[in-house]
Design a protein around this ligand. Structure first.
Ligand SMILES: Nc1ncnc2c1ncn2[C@@H]1O[C@H](COP(=O)(O)OP(=O)(O)OP(=O)(O)O)[C@@H](O)[C@H]1O
Ligand SMILES: [Mg+2]
Length: 365
């Protein structure tokens, strides 16, 4: 049975014991028996006595057997013992929480065998474990930081309220600050719970066919006060009807987060365009803004949890919106692309397959 590398697709060497080793052993034995015959002939010619004639072959074959055994033992050590010991040590280090371990492979890619494949799999596994561990620690420190900030604001304002002598207007400001900080705290906890449920897949998408155009319209209307307040030119360019097969509640999270970002990162008097078009197979939705835009380095991280690229907006939100969007789209298997230019604006584009009536028998919402 021939084995192939999953990584390179190349054929792997089937056995760690090469055929040449078999021939080396066979040849050594043939040579040794040839020598044995020679020794017998020599001993006969020298007319050695019978005892010596029987001892010499025994000593000779003992030496030959010891030599061959040492050679084979050396080969076994090199082939199995050393790499297995290395792997065992590495596993022990990983079990003790050290994820910096790296076991070097034994051969170059063209001579790789299953042991190299196993070592590479092990290295990849450790790398993955290490990044999960980092994510976990980062997550906890981010959560603690994000919780501490509004808590400190609440504590400060409450202490100020305790002090006598503030005007009713000042008191009102402190109360408003407390309300805002507690709203932020509650929003943060809701988002953390949401992302946790999405990641642990306790939310499984409840897919049904529905009209995406009316959903987009409803979501956009929720931002009416924002576009009026910021005098933003909001352009909605949509069809009347396009049916997709998706979880409407989860997709609502996506539109709300993308639209909320567009409104948050677009200055007063800017333009936001929500456009939706469909062809025979897909619906394409794009949300464009003429806002602050992002550098390429920022774009690389926007889907990371708690990442906030623009420091000036760090007080608004927690950097979880796009992480939620990404997780939902992963669950639904819909691709998203981002194009952004600093000081020019950003466009998020989503492609969603159109619902085909024979796709399932569910009724339209
Ligand atoms: N339309 C946009 N224009 C410019 N920057 C954006 C845009 N959308 C996202 N970003 C950048 O990506 C970062 C992450 O976005 P995300 O929605 O995850 O977090 P947030 O909006 O800061 O907070 P939250 O969504 O939790 O309220 C933002 O902080 C911002 O730097
Ligand atoms: Mg956001």
């Amino acid at each position: 049975m021939s084995a192939f590398s999953r990584r390179t697709g190349k054929q792997l060497k089937e056995s760690r014991f090469p055929r040449s080793l078999f021939f080396t052993c066979l040849l050594s034995l043939l040579l040794a028996s040839g020598l044995h015959t020679g020794i017998i002939v020599l001993m006969n010619e020298m007319k050695l006595n019978e005892v010596i004639q029987s001892i010499i072959p025994v000593v000779y074959w003992t030496a030959a057997a010891v030599g061959l055994t040492i050679f084979i033992r050396y080969k076994i050590q090199q082939t199995y013992d050393l790499p297995t010991k290395q792997l065992a040590q590495a596993m022990d280090m990983v079990a003790n929480g050290d994820f910096s371990v790296y076991v070097p492979v034994l051969h170059t890619a063209d001579k790789a065998d299953y042991m190299d494949e196993m070592i590479q799999d092990f290295n990849r596994m450790v790398e993955e474990l290490g990044s999960i561990e980092t994510l976990k620690t980062d997550f906890f420190s981010n959560v603690s930081h994000e919780i501490k900030t509004p808590l400190a604001v609440i504590q400060n304002s409450a202490e100020m309220l305790k002090i006598q002598g503030h005007t009713p207007q000042q008191q009102q400001e402190y109360v408003d600050t407390i309300i805002q900080a507690s709203k932020r705290l509650s929003g943060l906890i809701t988002d953390i719970l949401k992302i946790n449920r999405l990641e642990k897949q306790t939310i499984s998408p409840e897919v049904c066919p529905y009209n995406i155009c009316s959903q987009l319209g409803e979501c956009a209307l929720q931002f009416e006060s924002s576009w009026e307040e910021k005098e933003i030119d909001f352009i909605a360019d949509m069809e009347d009807q396009a049916t997709i097969n998706a979880d409407p509640n989860l997709m609502e999270l996506v539109w709300n987060n993308l639209l909320s970002n567009a409104f948050k990162f677009t200055p007063n008097g800017g333009t936001i365009t929500l456009s939706q078009v469909s062809n025979e197979s897909d619906v394409t939705v794009s949300i464009s803004d003429s806002g602050c835009g992002m550098e390429a380095e920022t774009v690389r991280h926007i889907f990371d949890k708690f990442y906030q690229g623009d420091g000036s907006h760090a007080t608004k939100g927690n950097g979880l919106g796009l992480a939620i969007v990404k997780r939902v789209l992963e669950l639904m298997d819909f691709p998203i692309t981002v194009v952004s230019h600093p000081n020019k604006g950003t466009t998020f584009t989503l492609r969603i397959p159109l619902f085909k009536p024979d796709q399932n028998s569910a009724t339209e919402r």
